[in-house]
Write a protein that binds this ligand. Structure first.
Ligand code: FE2
Ligand code: FE2
Length: 219
């Protein structure tokens, strides 16, 4: 039995081919329908999965972001990929900790593919690895951005524009407002040089693996 490979003929794999395991000494579960899995199969799966996620989760998140590297824009001077890099670069240059830089790097990863809910998309992506403060900030950054969107909505509904006010006094209000003002709405500037994605890769791996140096500040 051979390992599956990509072809240019329109067939990704021939019948019977498998994809490779991350580790050569791992086991395939020899069933073609999940309904046939039993307790002993799941024991193997879950053991291999834990190691797989520790290694692959950050790498595949980076690949997801990298997929939009050469995407066009719909009007902004730089594309969403550059926007994310610019945000991370600005956070790095201002001396923020690694988890905050990584939070910034992924803050708009779903902006094009999941625009209506991209805040939660990003928050859920990094939530297991970052502080509650940064996860909250991600989840709310779209609402906090509204006060900066002059003339964006026909009605200019003040309740909508100022929706962030319901969280005035919340412990993460100031950080969310600061992130939006300093590192989000200003990160569409082609005059600012961004560090490459490769620069942030070791940080992403460290943060996603939960290893040091990680600062889990929560206020
Ligand atoms: Fe956003
Ligand atoms: Fe953004």
């Amino acid at each position: 039995m051979t390992t599956g490979t990509k072809t240019t003929q329109g067939i990704r794999r021939k019948a019977g081919e498998r994809d490779r395991l991350l580790r050569p000494d791992w086991q395939y579960i020899e069933h073609c329908n999940i309904d046939d899995y039993r307790r002993e199969d799941w024991a193997i799966m879950n053991r291999q999965r834990a190691e797989y996620l520790a290694e692959e989760r950050g790498r595949q998140a980076l690949e997801l972001l990298a997929a939009s590297r050469d995407a066009p824009t719909f009007g902004y001077l730089i594309n969403n990929y550059e926007h994310c890099l610019q945000t991370a670069t600005m956070l790095y240059r201002d001396g923020h900790d690694e988890e905050t830089i990584v939070t910034g790097l992924f803050h708009d990863i779903g902006f094009v593919v999941c625009p209506e809910n991209h805040e939660k998309f990003a928050a859920d992506l990094v939530r297991p690895f970052v502080s509650e403060k940064n996860a909250w900030m991600l989840e709310h950054h779209g609402i906090f951005q509204r006060i900066h969107l002059h003339g964006f909505f026909e009605s200019d509904d003040p309740d909508f524009i100022h929706a962030r006010e319901k969280w005035r006094g919340h412990p993460y209000f100031d950080w969310t407002a600061e992130f939006v003002e300093r590192y989000d709405i200003a990160a569409i500037n082609p005059g600012i040089e961004s560090l490459p994605l490769e620069f942030f890769e070791p940080m992403v791996r460290r943060v996603f693996s939960g290893s040091t140096p990680l600062t889990r500040s929560s206020a």
